[in-house]
Design a protein around this ligand. Structure first.
Ligand code: PMP
Length: 361
């Protein structure tokens, strides 16, 4: 009815139709304020209500303990790669990075610029997570950083890794709010909004309070999480509209059974897609080890006839199944099936896959 397609982009990605329709209703006059959220002072009562409600709803969704701050910050997840060492270390400190793909590698490379003893304590092959007993964790590390879901490789941890007493920091950009998470296991969780929870332009950071206030003197003000916390994420002008849309997505998720509901829907969608790959007699191939396959980003190839991959993407596009081309670094295809991808979208994709195989096998 809206001429909308199934968009399998890795991000920015689909948002719930109901949320988009609400933004449409609010565009000219938000809640009787006579103005759009896009035009609104961040110091206004109306916006204060928006950001407070968004935080409260996020706290409900994730059962965030009281000793954690919720921050809405900027610069994308990529900026946090630098902000994390600047907030939690001094020069010469030791930090540990688990590298399971392109994003955790970037996070490590950024940290390595800051005069640290930065270690890759486990290195995956983009298809698996190295066995826990092979990790060479440093007892004196200020933190261990890892990426809970590697968006490009499609490798997802199935729970918080056990790193003992060392503070654990997770990049959850591409699986944030896709399932329940025990926040108390983490020192910090952060996620760019533009995959599962909203438009680009805002990063959500959940930080345990006792880690704040120890930033390097050289840490730029805008990257200092303690300053963000003291100022209610409004040291400067925040990305008001993205925060408002994230808030609508949080309310939408609460209405649909919270994160347990999200997990149930996501498990079903991923199962359907992986079952289709597994049932293709090898026509389609998932390069990722079964135990760590992502429920959000599903790379796959046509190993016996790679020349067909281009046609696959082109024909899928013609069938309104968009953005299925794999990341330029790995090729093949990738279907990103975040929270807002409806089950019917994955059904349409798997039907297309089966028909494409029948035509080309
Ligand atoms: N981490 C992960 C896991 C990502 O998928 C991405 C974006 N694709 C980033 C970090 C970088 O995010 P941003 O573009 O917001 O800097």
């Amino acid at each position: 009815a809206h001429g909308r397609v199934f968009n399998f982009s890795a991000g920015p990605a689909m948002l719930p139709l109901e949320v988009l329709e609400q933004t449409q209703r609010d565009t000219l006059n938000f809640n009787g304020s006579g103005m759009s959220v896009m035009e609104m002072s961040h110091r206004s009562k109306a916006f204060e209500g928006i950001i407070k409600q968004a935080e409260a709803d996020l706290r409900t969704l994730l059962s965030i303990p009281d000793n954690y701050k919720v921050l809405f910050v900027q610069g994308g997840a990529s900026t946090q790669f630098a902000a994390i060492p600047l907030n939690f270390t001094q020069e010469g400190d030791t930090v540990d990075y688990i590298v399971t793909g392109a994003w955790s590698k970037k996070a490590y490379e950024e940290a390595a610029k800051f005069g640290l003893n930065a270690n890759v304590v486990a290195k995956g092959d983009n298809k698996s997570v190295p066995a826990r007993d092979s990790w060479k964790l440093s007892p004196d590390a200020k933190y261990v950083h890892y990426c809970d879901n590697e968006t490009i490789g499609g490798v997802e941890f199935q729970g918080a890794p056990d790193v003992g007493d060392v503070p654990l920091i997770a990049d959850m950009s591409s699986n944030f709010l896709s399932k329940p998470v025990d926040v108390s296991k983490y020192a910090m969780i952060y996620a760019g909004a533009q995959k599962n929870v909203g438009p680009s332009g805002v990063v959500i950071a959940i930080v345990r309070e006792d880690l704040l206030g120890k930033a390097r003197p050289s840490c730029p003000t805008m990257l200092n999480y303690a300053i963000a916390a003291e100022n209610g994420s409004m040291y400067n002008t925040p990305p008001c509209w993205p925060i408002y849309v994230c808030g609508l997505v949080f309310q939408h998720l609460l209405k649909l059974g919270g994160l347990a509901g999200a997990r149930e829907r996501n498990v079903k969608k991923a199962q359907l897609l992986y079952d289709t790959i597994a049932g293709s007699n090898g026509f389609y191939f998932s390069p990722v080890e079964e135990s760590v396959r992502s429920k959000m980003n599903v790379p796959f190839t046509i190993p016996s006839k790679p020349e067909l991959e281009k046609a696959f993407v082109a024909e899928a596009t013609a069938a309104q199944l968009l953005e299925l081309k794999g990341h330029r670094s790995v090729g093949g295809m990738r279907a990103s099936i975040y929270n807002a991808m409806p089950h019917e979208g994955v059904e349409a994709l798997t039907k297309f896959m089966t028909e494409f195989q029948a035509k080309n096998a």
